[in-house]
Design a protein around this ligand. Structure first.
Ligand SMILES: Cc1cc2nc3c(=O)[nH]c(=O)nc-3n(C[C@H](O)[C@H](O)[C@H](O)COP(=O)(O)O)c2cc1C
Length: 376
């Protein structure tokens, strides 16, 4: 078997390569959003509506991409989003994500639904890790995951608040071998993926089983105190798209918020994340760090998000597809693609450091920045 070539230069190239490696039903499930994928698409296209405003003839021969997130040093403001079902894409799964992020000098957030127990993921970490949780499996299961993450010295806990129910999709995005094997004919056309999956399937099923049954439970603002108590460290609230919710998150104890709509995997119709970023930054940016994910596909998108006030961005599908293409090495290659593109974009807009970016470097549509309605 020849290893996958990792010389892709754009997200589109990566996507095409991954399409040829993954079974079509899996690829479509991961790349599309829910419903008509309006939000998933809008996340990407909204970035095209932000003009970059360059400074000419300033010439910084070296640029600095370094920054900090929640006090942890990172080599660039590009982190990896938590992704469920990662192990379905490639057996490296979340272990690959944390290893790749660590080697790239950045943070990976690990989904509670990634298909690997914390104890399997933690030894692969080569840098700061955030543990993502839902309350979907009840308080007890959540507390167990948090306890494990604490034991392994994870850096932060991220609670996801934008997905109160799981929408149905062809695979349901469940880490379920039986669901995948239903699509037998497709698998025959993807022998490499299938051989890997068949080797890993039983362990994956066991890890899935160990999660226990789903309960009709979702994290509420009133749960933030409980989460903080269990965790006793920095708490990130992931999944706000309004100034009000961002304020609620910070008032409830969040140390940082992620402007996110679950990559369009939750409410189809939610606004594109970059279109609401300025509102959230205006509401809570002086009190806390604000990150963004959804539709970040190239280095210049990172510049746009930072210029509009984000401290860092997170990438979901790019990391997922990199992992699907070539496991840990693929995910690392994706991060290196972002590093290169971000460095070039900084040179092009004419700044020396990611910290020099401000609103004067980006022109977003007027309508995105709705004036606050006070006293109604
Ligand atoms: C296949 C898939 C699985 C996901 N699983 C989770 C998850 O388990 N927990 C979570 O907080 N977000 C999850 N998300 C949302 C991502 O963390 C992130 O918000 C989103 O992918 C960012 O958008 P992008 O994919 O356009 O970069 C998932 C997204 C995808 C595409």
């Amino acid at each position: 078997m020849t290893p996958a070539r990792l010389d892709f230069h754009t997200y589109e190239e990566l996507k095409e390569r991954a399409r040829r490696v993954l079974p079509p039903v899996l690829f479509e499930d991961m790349v599309n959003g829910t419903g008509r994928s309006r939000t998933a698409r809008a996340n990407e296209t909204a970035f095209d509506r932000v003009d970059l405003v360059p400074r000419a003839a300033v010439g910084w021969p070296e640029r600095s991409l370094r920054t900090t997130v929640l006090g942890a040093e990172v080599s660039m403001p590009v982190l990896v989003s938590p992704l469920g079902a990662l192990r379905l894409v490639h057996p490296d799964g979340a272990r690959g994500a944390v290893a790749a992020a660590g080697r790239a000098g950045t943070v990976a957030a690990v989904s509670m639904m990634c298909g690997h127990p914390v104890a399997d993921v933690a030894p692969a970490a080569a840098g700061p890790v955030w543990q993502q949780v839902y309350l979907s499996h009840g308080y007890e299961r959540c507390a167990q995951v948090i306890g494990e993450a604490r034991r392994y010295g994870y850096h932060a806990l991220a609670v996801t608040v934008d997905c109160p129910v799981s929408p149905k999709k062809p695979l349901g995005l469940k880490v379920s071998p039986s669901a995948v094997l239903r699509f037998g004919p497709q698998l025959a056309r993807r022998p490499r993926w299938t051989a890997r999956f068949l080797r890993d399937g039983a362990e994956l099923a066991a890890a899935n089983e160990a999660m226990g049954p789903r309960k009709k439970q979702t994290a509420l603002w009133s749960d933030m105190g409980w989460l903080k108590e269990q965790w006793n460290g920095p708490l990130v609230v992931k999944g706000v798209v309004t100034a009000d919710d961002a304020r609620r998150a910070v008032d409830s104890g969040a140390d940082a918020v992620v402007v996110s709509n679950h990559g369009g995997m939750s409410l189809d119709g939610a606004p594109a994340t970059v279109s609401v970023l300025q509102d959230v930054v205006a509401a809570v940016g002086s009190r806390t760090e604000v990150y963004l994910d959804g539709g970040v596909r190239q280095g210049s998108d990172v510049v746009r998000a930072l210029a509009l006030g984000a401290r860092a961005v997170m990438i979901g599908r790019p990391a997922l597809l990199g992992l699907g293409l070539a496991g840990t090495a693929g995910a690392e290659a994706v991060l290196e693609m972002f590093r290169h593109q971000l460095d070039v974009a900084l040179a092009m807009v004419g700044v020396r450091s990611v910290h020099d970016l401000d609103a004067s470097f980006a022109r977003a549509p007027e309508a995105w920045h709705a004036p606050e309605v006070v006293g109604v």
